[in-house]
Design a protein around this ligand. Sequence first.
Ligand SMILES: *Cc1c(COP(=O)(O)O)cnc(C)c1O
Length: 233
Amino acid sequence: MVSIPTRLEQTRARIAAACNAAHRPLDSVQLLAVSKTFGADAVQQAFDAGQRAFGENYIQEALAKIDALAALRTQLQWHLIGPIQSNKSRPVAESFDWVHSVDRLKIAQRLSDQRPPTLPPLQVCLQVNISGEASKSGLTPAELPEVARAVAALPRLVLRGLMAIPEPAQDEAAQRVPHRALRGLLDDLRARLGHQAPQLDTLSMGMSADLEAAIAEGATIVRVGTAIFGGRG
Ligand SMILES: *Cc1c(COP(=O)(O)O)cnc(C)c1O
């Protein structure tokens, strides 16, 4: 087995090469290490190798890890990237720094209401169903402007951008198509919302299999699990 620090190094090298190829500065892309299904020990190994931002899909599993690593809390950034049922929003509002998977206004309202006043505002992305798959969660592009406008007005959230999980595609040219579409939607939102959403700077897209395509199309956060932690079995 290749170690987590080595895999992390390899992933950073992939990101650097993709930034170079796209003529983008290295610090324009943040690596989110997706630690779902792996234990606090794996997160600790990545932390020791310099990684600070971690993505989780399942709320209960994430809360247990956040708790186990409470001593590192001020140094870690925890991002929720999986679905939220409305009756589970409170622990999310209380424990995470970012939520990438906001897919309806009601969830955003609950997160804003429940964000403790002692914490900074919760940073959020709206999830878009970019490939139009019936089985996938996410807003349709048509719904996006109205929901974004309402979310941007919530007092305890900061609307940062868009997130998508495109349908897998074989080659980089095909992978780039949905990523380009998401970037187009962010550009459109920026133009529509202007000063109503001054921090709209985030494109959360690209995973182990397609991070090069995502960076070529402007990803600012890539969410990488398998390439860092190994297969999830
Ligand atoms: C699991 C997951 C990832 C990471 O996927 P890998 O293919 O393991 O890199 C990224 N984003 C979301 C939303 C996920 O659920």
